[in-house]
Design a binder for this molecule. Structure first.
Ligand code: AMP
Length: 401
């Protein structure tokens, strides 16, 4: 199966070539022709399966082909996290580079002014997280009355994160006649009900979750404090027989900080992230592969596409916001039948992320309690939308789960 067989137009095929995609993933092969036929879609798929392109490519094509006299928001992509929203918007930029379909992204936690400026231009596609969208809708900045396509991404995570009522409030404001693409990794009853109420005779597409591939990786977790993470990393690098390791951080700044502290501790390392030039990244990767440096520190975006054959250890200095990203990160070790180990650090702020990862992985992971930098449990964790004792760190009397 090739992209040429899916009914995609030349400017999109060219963009895919630029991206270096040679073949569609299973969800893309199944979904793209159906979405181009304007069918509703129910996609059971997680991040990492190529689902972003599965909806972005046909949507870009439909908007490009169906010209309208005035600019309006014609497609809404609703996604639970800021990280996903940014990724989707970046994907639209990449896949739509040879088309003239405007798009923008809105999410909370930052000033709304640049977002409202962008909304005044009536982008064809709006990518949004639910809270900020509702807020800007209430302030009158978002007109969805001309919406043609609605995409609900990661519906089950919306439920887990306590956003489902916001999602329903947004849905209540959408025009009744529209094409709807509904994505969810799992189908709990409430999500099934929502899907039933939204979708008309949908095509169902299901792809296998990537988590099944990580069973052979020896995973462990250390509860610690945010401020102690790099100290713990240095301690482990000194104590354990670790020849080399890939260390993930959430931010570029975090990656640079880890490298600075490792170097102070005389542990050779380099960072690869979006602020480094292609040359710098390539050099760092080559030095790592050749054993000239022991540790490569990477952000998720920079680590995409890097291929290291013999990687015995992966560290998650920060847990990823998206649980599937955990699977992708640790899946870089234990390749080609070799054994692999992943070591993750979880601080007070990341208990919910850990809970989501455990749910996705579906098995218990070793909690290492005997280490010099345990989490300070005298500080009460901040209240969370869906607290669960399962995600809390062990208290004083540390016991193996
Ligand atoms: P997603 O599941 O949409 O988050 O995509 C996961 C990753 O796969 C992203 O880094 C995409 O850039 C990449 N990707 C998506 N589709 C393809 C494809 N057909 N070939 C190669 N890489 C892809």
């Amino acid at each position: 199966m090739s992209f040429q067989n899916l009914g995609l137009i030349e400017p999109i095929l060219k963009a895919l070539e630029t991206e270096g995609y040679s073949n569609p993933t299973p969800i893309q092969a199944q979904a793209i022709p159906q979405v181009l036929e304007r069918r509703d879609l129910l996609g059971c798929a997680q991040t990492g399966t190529g689902k972003t392109a599965a909806f972005s490519l046909p949507v870009l094509q439909l908007l490009h082909e169906r010209k309208v006299p005035h600019r309006h928001i014609r497609t809404l992509v609703l996604t639970p996290t800021r990280e996903l929203a940014i990724q989707i918007n970046d994907s639209l930029t990449a896949y739509g580079r040879n088309l003239h379909v405007g798009h923008t992204v809105i999410f909370g936690g930052v000033s709304q002014n640049p977002q409202t400026d962008a909304l005044r231009k009536n982008p064809g596609i709006l990518v949004a997280t639910p809270g900020r969208l509702l807020d800007l809708m209430q302030q009158g900045y978002v007109d969805l009355s001309h919406l043609e396509i609605f995409i609900l991404d990661e519906a089950d995570r919306m439920l887990d994160m306590g956003f489902i009522n916001d999602v329903k409030r947004v849905i209540a404001k959408l025009p009744p006649r529209k094409q709807t693409l509904f994505f969810s990794a799992t189908m709990p009853p409430e999500i099934q009900k929502l899907a039933d109420s939204l979708l008309h005779n949908p095509v169902k597409v299901e792809v296998t979750p990537p988590s099944s591939t990580v069973d052979k990786i020896d995973q462990s977790l250390y509860y610690t404090n945010r401020a102690d993470k790099v100290k713990l990393l240095i301690h482990l690098l000194k104590e354990l027989p670790i020849k080399n390791a890939l260390v993930f951080t959430r931010t570029k700044h975090g990656a640079d900080k880890v490298v600075r502290m490792l170097q102070k501790a005389s542990i050779s390392s380099s960072a690869i992230h979006g602020n480094k030039s292609q040359n710098q990244r390539q050099n760092a990767l080559n030095n790592f592969k050749e054993g000239k440096i022991r540790i490569l520190v990477a952000t998720d975006i920079a680590a995409r596409g890097i291929d290291i054959d013999e990687l015995p250890y992966v560290f998650n200095c920060d847990l990823p916001e998206v649980p599937e990203t955990y699977v992708h990160r640790i899946g870089r070790t234990g390749r080609a039948g070799l054994s692999g180990k992943s070591i993750s650090f979880c601080d007070q702020e990341q208990l919910d992320e850990w809970k989501a990862i455990r749910k996705l992985i579906g098995k218990d992971i070793d909690i290492v309690q005997d280490h010099p930098f345990p989490m300070d449990t005298t500080v009460t964790p901040a209240p969370r939308p869906s607290p669960s004792n399962q995600s809390r760190p062990p208290r004083r009397d540390f016991r193996r789960r």
